[in-house]
Structures are given as C-alpha cells and as structure tokens.
Design a protein around this ligand. Sequence first.
Ligand SMILES: [Ca+2]
Length: 395
Amino acid sequence: MDTPLHRHSLSPAPRTQRPSPPSSRSCKPGRTLVATCAMLLLLGCAGCAEQPPPGRLAPQVAIRPEARVAPDRTMARRCVGAYHARQLTGDFAGYAGLHQFVDRMVEQHGFEREYLLGLFSQARRKNWTLDYLTKSDQELKGPPAVGGWTRYRAKFLDERHIGAGVDFARRHQGTLQRATRQYGVPAEYILGILAVETTFGSYVGKDRVLDALTTLGFDYARRGDYFRGELENFLVMARDEGIDPARPLGSYAGAMGLGQFMPGSFLRWAVDFNGDGRRDLWDAEDAIGSVANYFAQHGWRAGHPIVTPLQANGRVGLEPGLSPQYSLADLRHAGLQPARPCSDDGPLRLLLLRHAGYDQYLIGHPNFYTITRYNNSTYYAMAVHELAQTFRRRL
Ligand SMILES: [Ca+2]
C-alpha cells in the first residue's frame, strides 16, 4: 500500500502457543504492515480483564483517594511477564519521553512503574524500520507517478492472492456468510482486505509489537504521537487480554493478525466471532468478523456502489483525491462523463489511477471511502475492490 502505516487492530493472544504460519513472501516496501509469523503466547491471566467499567460505580458511593488507587495496583500485579527494574536500561535508556510515558501509564492506567521499566529495558530499537520509513516519507512527496497504479496492482492482483482467497473462502464459507448476514458486508470485500493485508495469514509479521511501537513512538518524530497512543493501547490490550506484551509479533508498524489491526482498532472494533470468549485476530473466524465489523462501523452501505468509471475527453483539469468536492456538473464540465448511470450526485470523490500508458478516472462512492478507512490510500482501496470483484466471479 502507499502508506506504510496502517491503522488497525489486533488480536489478543490465544491461550496456547500458536505456531508461526509459514512465511511465503518477503517484506514488501509500500505495504501497510505485514510481518512474518505471529507467535503469540497467551499466558492465561484470567483476572486481567476484570477491571470494572467506570459506569458500574453507583454515583452516591464516596470514593476516598486511597480507594481509587488500590484497584489499579491490584490490576498491575496481574500483568503478564516477570518484568521488574528500578531504572530504564537497554536501547531506550535515557529517553526522557519514555520516562514521561511510563509516568502516564502509572497515573492513568495503574500500571506498576517497575514492571514497565523492566519491560522497556528489554525493548529493542528497530533501526531498519526508521531507515525504511524515512525513505518512504521522501518517496511519498510529489504527485502520483506515471504507472504507479500498474505497479501497485500487480503486487496483489495475481494468482497467488486470488488462489489463496478462493481456498480460504471455501474453508470458511459458513463464517463468511454469517459475517455478511450480521454486518451487511459482502464476503468478497472481507476477502479483499485479508488478501492485501496478509495473503490470508501467510505473512502476519515478524517484529515484536513492543519493539515496533516503542521505536516509532520515541524515534519517529513525524508520527510519534500516534505511535505513543498505539503503544498505550497495546499495553492496555495486553493486560486486558492476559498477554505478555513482549510476545506478540506483528508488522514493522505494530499491526497484528490476519487483518493487521493496530491495537487501538483492536480495542474498538475487534470481535469474538467464534464465541470462545476471546478476541483473537490470528484466528480466521475472529478476523473475518472483525473486518466485517470494522467496515460496518465505518459506514458500509449494503447494496450501494463502490466506484463508477468515468470516460475522459481531453485533459482533465480537476484535482483528484479522497475528499468529496465535485458535482456531476463539475465533472461533465471538465470532460468527464460517467460510463454508466450514476445516482450519486455529490459531492463526489474524483479518483485517479495512473496506468503505465494512460490515466483512468473514477467516481469513488461512500463505500469506496469506507475501504480507505482501513488504509487511507486510493490504490489500496482500489486493489481491495478489484480483488473483491475477482473473488465474486470465482466463488
Ligand atoms: Ca474468539
């Protein structure tokens, strides 16, 4: 994908050791996520998720200051992993920002300071990731290159992705149908996401999420705030789900599981779709339900169009983009005519695909925009859409 940093959710670890899936491809620059095998060890921590929701406390019950602190300390003892240190050592020793982060986790979430200092003392700085993102940031500047869509499309619209999708769909037909019924999202779009993200779990990440998020949170200035927020979500998630936070593997940006959810997306949109009481995006059923829920929560409209091709007459003077800004009259005035009847009269998103020998324009309808909520990229969403159309024909 164009943007290397994607957004969403991830899964908590299974309660048993999960073998790493075979890695069938190398890390491709330009994709959102990805990493190799996820071996998640879920050490059971039944109590970790039992913090009472704030709303449970009756308003008339007075809470003394010491009473507010005590439950948090109890929670902290339930964190998984024997980490303990009085000082920060290792790759991140001396990082003032990390000390401030630890202070915040102690004050706002009730973690034990020594636990976090011990955990971060064995975190590793991922220099390769920083070098790669610096290079990617430079490449993303400027207008889309001629042939960019042709090259991007070729990475995903191939027999490896399509064949894996057909096989996955046959194995999980009932679950896909259930997700479509429950969330109103066609199975082929769930398949399109899982194809682009991890080729259905064949490559789900090889970096420790702890290392990825700590590195990007404190050494990647451009998006440090975002990754510190995801590190916070990750630690809360690990405690809630009873996971040792040093165990989960994910992409170089911290995305996890078949659907490559970031921790914040896991907390908000992951679902337990196989009914075993855990949200586990390394599990195919939970991943299917979680992707469908993500789409539903981001505005997917069942039965509505995704894109409408436009026929161009001469040079087009309009700026394409994911913001809706044009009426049908604007498009026609610029020499763009819908190739089929279009009931959506705007404001409309004008999409541009730069093929090797020509430019192609399309209208991106609200459902197209929903796909970009998974990754804010026209090419990403278009690859998912074209894969979905292919799966629909093949299944
Ligand atoms: Ca589950």
